[in-house]
Design a protein around this ligand. Sequence first.
Ligand SMILES: Cc1cc2nc3c(=O)[nH]c(=O)nc-3n(C[C@H](O)[C@H](O)[C@H](O)CO)c2cc1C
Ligand SMILES: Nc1c(NC[C@H](O)[C@H](O)[C@H](O)CO)[nH]c(=O)[nH]c1=O
Length: 214
Amino acid sequence: MFTGIITAIGQIQHVEDLGSSQAHGKRLSIACPPGYLDDVVLGDSIALNGACMTVTALALDAQAFVVEVSAESLRLTAGLDQVGEVNLEKALRAADRLGGHIVSGHVDGIGTVSALNPVGESHELRILAPRQLMPYLAVKGSVTVQGVSLTLNSVRDLQEGCEFSINLIAHTMAHTTLKHLRPGSAVNLEVDLIARYVARMLQTGSALPTGQPR
Ligand SMILES: Cc1cc2nc3c(=O)[nH]c(=O)nc-3n(C[C@H](O)[C@H](O)[C@H](O)CO)c2cc1C
Ligand SMILES: Nc1c(NC[C@H](O)[C@H](O)[C@H](O)CO)[nH]c(=O)[nH]c1=O
């Protein structure tokens, strides 16, 4: 589990095919700031732009780690097949502060940036999400964009999807890769876990566990 508070920016330095066909995934090597990997061991979970990955190797100088991204994960995510900066978050410890919201590290869909404009000392980020995520996006609810926990300020249901806006403060711009977004950029989205369960209960018409008297 994660919380969507990005603690470092890494750099995907090498992308290597795991096999010769599209059915195979990729091996990525990610360079990290000094000290970031000091408490990381093989098998740990680290989210890359919101997608949870398993550490399969650590560099001898403890400045880089390796993950293997399956073809399925590549199909369901954006940007994990190319070199460049990535938002990093290590999995939560039980005693950690839950500064953002509860995040699983499973990317639910890929959105497209429609605008990123300065507004006062902040920026307004607008994203078009796929239609299937519409029920889970609500004003003042939570969403992760590239692994960053954010609050929705507006939501518009459109024919082509669900467009939502976010107010990005200067701190978030400075400490995440969101500053690199442009209209047309593809972004990993994870919807709120609570919204997912509420939608499921409404869909099945049941809010009570099986066997409980109504
Ligand atoms: C704890 C955990 C570890 C994961 N490790 C990997 C991994 O090493 N490689 C991978 O391709 N997908 C992995 N996934 C799945 C990946 O995050 C998922 O396919 C994308 O987020 C798309 O939903 C993992 C997911 C979780 C929850
Ligand atoms: N909820 C919003 C945040 N939250 C803080 C970021 O998640 C955090 O700054 C980032 O993960 C780096 O550690 N930031 C915003 O700009 N807008 C929000 O609505």
